[in-house]
Write a protein that binds this ligand. Structure first.
Ligand code: GDP
Length: 295
């Protein structure tokens, strides 16, 4: 991933790197390449526009044009603005002051919710927590079974009431159950649909209102390109999310979602999914990604 973006940006800076003093038009030309590279990587066009404007404002200042190593300074500005665009810091889970912490996962069908519920459970277990997985996707055939199988693989119990109960009730009962069983983190796997659907949103709103999660995370497939931004915007407007788990970054994605989500929703990408295996979950580090992009 990001290879094309990386190559394009390197190309854009190659000419600058060799130069001593820059003119304003050198900077403009390089930024035009940066702009194209970002658009080609599927970064949302509004995000690209404001990003380029911010870089330009800083890069065409006299100080830089007259500095000894202006190209390096422009590259540094692009790096800093990329980090800022992705939110700066790495952000972890919101944990409750007093357990149990309630985490609600939402997203479109196929985004990787069930898989990432299990990945999170495994991560928390390794950190010494006692998670509980909750099967609140009662519509997708075999979703409950899938969660039970994954729960078994990671050694974390799964709370389910079958597919006839209401997901809102299941979620609420699970919170009570967790308290009885002294489980300290509850991870609720909710239903998705192939496309955004109002009925689903209403159900998610009801679950959220009933269990009041400490962290509502959107599981978002990086492979869907520009649609990732629309999906994130919609879920955030309708439901209110606290963060994003961006999945399938190991796949053949141009990665634009990673650069757009924060700017569009104001919410951080907290984790990235980098494979089907249950340990293929990583914290999201804006600075590392920015370095990789610049090459
Ligand atoms: P859900 O419908 O949102 O619950 O999605 P699932 O958890 O069932 O995942 C859908 C498919 O995506 C499954 O085949 C997963 O193995 C796969 N998947 C999930 N996360 C990742 C990931 O980070 N990388 C890759 N390559 N595949 C993933």
């Amino acid at each position: 991933m990001f290879e094309s973006l990386q190559e394009r940006l390197q190309e854009a800076f190659k000419r600058l790197r060799g130069k001593g003093k820059l003119t304003e038009s050198d900077v403009n030309e390089a930024l035009r390449e940066v702009r194209l590279a970002l658009l080609e990587a599927d970064v949302n066009f509004k995000v690209v526009k404001s990003f380029i404007a911010r870089v330009k404002e800083r890069a065409v200042g006299q100080e830089i044009l007259e500095s000894l190593n202006p190209a390096q300074m422009v590259i540094k500005i692009v790096y800093e603005e990329l980090v800022a665009l992705m939110g700066g810091e790495s952000v972890g889970l919101n944990m409750a002051d007093r357990p149990p912490t309630i985490i609600m996962l939402c997203g479109l069908q196929g985004a990787g919710k069930t898989t990432h519920a299990a990945k999170l459970a495994l991560k928390l277990k390794k950190e010494g927590k006692k998670p509980l997985l909750v099967a609140a996707d009662v519509y997708r055939p075999a979703a409950i079974k899938q969660l039970e199988v994954l729960g078994e693989q990671v050694g974390v119990p799964v709370y389910s009431e079958g597919d006839q109960a209401s997901p809102v009730d299941i979620a609420q009962h699970a919170v009570a159950y967790a308290a009885e069983e002294r489980r300290d983190v509850i991870i609720v796997d909710t239903a998705g649909r192939l496309t955004i659907d109002e009925e689903l949103m209403e159900e998610l709103q009801q679950i959220k209102a009933r269990i009041q999660p400490h962290d509502t995370l959107l599981v978002l497939d990086a492979m869907i390109g520009q649609d990732a931004v629309t999906t994130a915007e919609h879920f955030h407007t309708k439901l209110g999310i606290d963060g994003v788990i961006l999945t399938k970054l190991d796949g053949d994605t141009r990665g634009g979602a990673a650069l757009s989500v924060r700017e569009v929703t104001g919410r951080p990408i907290k984790f990235v999914g980098v494979g089907e295996k249950l340990d293929a979950l990583e914290p999201f580090y804006p600075d590392r990604l920015a370095s990789r992009i610049l090459g």
